[in-house]
Design a protein around this ligand. Structure first.
Ligand code: FES
Length: 147
């Protein structure tokens, strides 16, 4: 690569980051670019895949021990905001009792992210709905196991 081309790429990157900083909070950008808990669990206690109204999908796997979510991972094919929301929702769920994790709302996620543009609010709802569906899957599995 020649120097002019590298300088052009660096300039495009810088402008992109400047634009993003006008729209998203520092925290949202941090969670989107360095998300926590990305991946799948080998033997989850509960798992769910949910597609939002935008057509993007998120999967969340949870491992539950003694009624507490001891591990939690997500993957998504969605936008940067959905990555940030997946990171935050799995971070919030980890270590919580099932009944506490069910109380996590899209508002909690948005608050931690310092808000999102209105067109990305549904990304937080997708993350919370996926977590709830994974918990519901866990509850179904444990009910079946005790029958
Ligand atoms: Fe589809 Fe964010 S999850 S636009």
């Amino acid at each position: 690569m020649d120097d002019d081309f590298e300088a052009l790429i660096a300039d495009i990157e810088r402008k992109k980051h400047e634009e993003e900083r006008k729209i998203y909070s520092e925290r949202a950008l941090k969670e989107a670019y360095n998300p926590r808990n990305v991946g799948k669990l080998a033997e989850p206690s509960g798992s769910a895949r949910v597609t939002g109204p935008c057509g993007d999908t998120m999967q969340i796997d949870i491992r539950v021990e003694a009624g507490r979510i001891c591990d939690c991972k997500f993957i998504t094919d969605g936008c940067g905001a959905s990555i940030a929301c997946g990171s935050v929702v799995t971070g919030l769920a980890k270590g919580k009792r099932i009944e506490e994790a069910l109380e996590i709302t899209a508002k909690d996620v948005l608050k931690l992210l310092g808000g999102l543009p209105s067109e990305n609010v549904h990304c937080a709802t997708l993350a919370v709905n996926t977590l709830r569906a994974a918990i519901s899957d866990y509850q179904c599995r444990s009910q079946k196991g005790s029958e």
